[in-house]
Design a protein around this ligand. Structure first.
Ligand code: ADP
Length: 443
């Protein structure tokens, strides 16, 4: 039986939440969509179901979320957490309000909180207004977001426009006064017929007090910051055990499709440190040549795997990316590279790789799918926001392996080198974790 069941409205946001839960003491698994068959969640405290529902039509987001809720309740979840972005990313029609209310209806509850604040990430809420760093949400870059432009920083107003129920506020003074004061304010709001309340939080202490006050709410909603105060309600404290993954073995590889500045620095650092690396260049690819390129890359990698990590990268500086986009078209260049790197990732696993770093958000999505992984157990953080994970597929023939999925601009320059040494240092016998998967080649 799991304790906390989470529904996240996008994939990277799900990992962000899972990472916070693990750091606060919960053993956590993230699944890609609602698991079709049995999921390996034995011994887990929390499951985060990652959906792609942030910008879909509200009806679709509601249907996906209710499906996830049903599955999480079947797993015994005692409390449900609807996770959205800490910048409250939503369209004029939703989907935060519609999904929150559909979950309330399904759970038969008349009240929930809405708390996007994540002070560690410079997201604070004061008198209902959301700040990104030092500026209001509506003055931040989110104002020009292509899919979810946020032009009003007053979240009470934003949520009101998306909800049938009246929306209220639990303000910073109440939050600062502690959990009993927050509970009293919630009771008062409920008596007034308020269904949803934005909650101010400007510090982690605020989130911890709020977490304590939210102990008896069957449903909470928020960014990933709210997660830091919930595990204590279940008697859980930060611990090494929550972060423990099965022992790592097998060969090591990095597949790098991100062209972000941090990734380019990481590629350079790895090569300067003497790591084996192969660049793949989409401008050289003619129609139908992809499979030859994949073959060539795998033939290069195989004999090197026994010696240490290999890096295969398409990561390139802006002018090279521009050239590729001019010759192939931007969408086609991106799709071509993702397809090639996903096939390479799959081929590397076939060749015995069991520890893999994938760089790039889109690249990670394509590679995880090609490797057949449907769930990730979240382990210790390598750099902020990037944990090592242990990925498994629904199909038992899919090899389980350690993966680190790195968003483009995340990670220090030495990330590719440091990540593998951290994993080696965190070794724990597989038996201790009841893990039945077979060891990879080269272990
Ligand atoms: P990030 O997290 O840095 O944004 P993504 O993987 O999400 O990285 O996006 C990078 C995109 O650029 C992907 O679609 C990838 O296929 C594409 N890409 C990678 N290398 C090249 C290249 N050399 N030329 C053109 N496009 C590329």
């Amino acid at each position: 039986m799991i304790r906390l069941g989470c529904i996240a409205d996008d994939f990277t946001g799900a990992t962000d939440l899972a990472n916070n839960l693990v750091r606060a003491g919960m053993r956590t698994v993230q699944t890609f969509g609602v698991p079709k068959g049995a999921a390996a969640i034995k011994g887990m405290d929390a499951v985060v179901v990652a959906l792609k529902s942030r910008t879909t039509p509200p009806e679709d987001a509601v249907a996906q979320s209710l499906h996830a809720l049903e599955w999480l309740r079947e797993q015994g979840a005692a409390q449900i957490y609807f996770k959205y972005c800490s910048t409250f990313d939503s369209t004029a029609r939703g989907n935060i309000g519609p999904v929150a209310e559909a979950l309330m209806d399904a759970l038969g509850v008349d009240f929930t909180i809405a708390t996007p604040a994540f002070p560690d990430n410079q997201r604070t809420v004061f008198k209902g207004y959301l700040f990104v760093g030092d500026v209001l949400l509506s003055e931040s870059g989110m104002r020009d977001h292509p899919l979810t432009p946020m032009t009003d920083a007053n979240l009470v107003r934003v949520l009101r426009a998306q909800s049938r129920r009246p929306v209220g506020l639990v303000d910073y003074r109440t939050v600062a006064a502690g959990a009993p004061a927050i509970r009293a304010r919630i009771d008062a709001l409920r008596k007034d017929g308020i269904g949803l309340a934005i909650v101010d939080a400007v510090s982690n202490d605020d989130l911890l007090r709020l977490g304590e006050a939210a102990r008896d709410l069957p449903l909470v909603t928020g960014g990933s910051g709210l997660a830091i105060g919930l595990p204590a309600n279940f008697g859980l404290q930060p611990s090494a055990a929550a972060q423990r993954l099965p022992a790592a073995g097998g060969a090591r590889a990095i597949v790098s499709g991100s062209c972000s500045q941090a990734t380019l620095r990481q590629v350079r650092h790895y090569i300067h440190a003497g790591g084996a690396a192969l660049a793949v260049d989409p401008t050289r690819w003619e129609q139908g040549q992809i499979l030859d390129e994949v073959q060539r890359a795998l033939e290069w990698a195989r004999p090197r795997l026994a010696q240490g990590p290999v890096l295969i990268y398409s990561s390139a500086a802006p002018d090279a990316v521009r050239r590729a986009q001019e010759s192939l078209g931007a969408d086609r260049a991106g799709a071509l590279v993702e397809d090639a790197l996903a096939r390479i990732a799959h081929g590397l696993v076939q060749a015995g790789v069991r520890q893999m770093i994938v760089a790039g958000g889109e690249t990670s999505g394509a590679c995880v799918q090609a490797m057949g992984l449907t769930q990730l157990q979240i382990g210790a953080q390598i750099d902020p926001g990037i944990p090592w994970c242990y990925g498994k597929g629904a199909d038992p023939s899919v090899p389980s392996l350690h993966v680190a999925l790195k968003s483009g601009n995340f990670g220090a320059d030495n990330f590719y080198v440091r990540a593998f040494s951290l994993l080696a240092a965190a070794a724990v016998p597989r038996d201790a974790l009841h893990d039945g998967s077979r060891a990879g080649k080269g272990e």
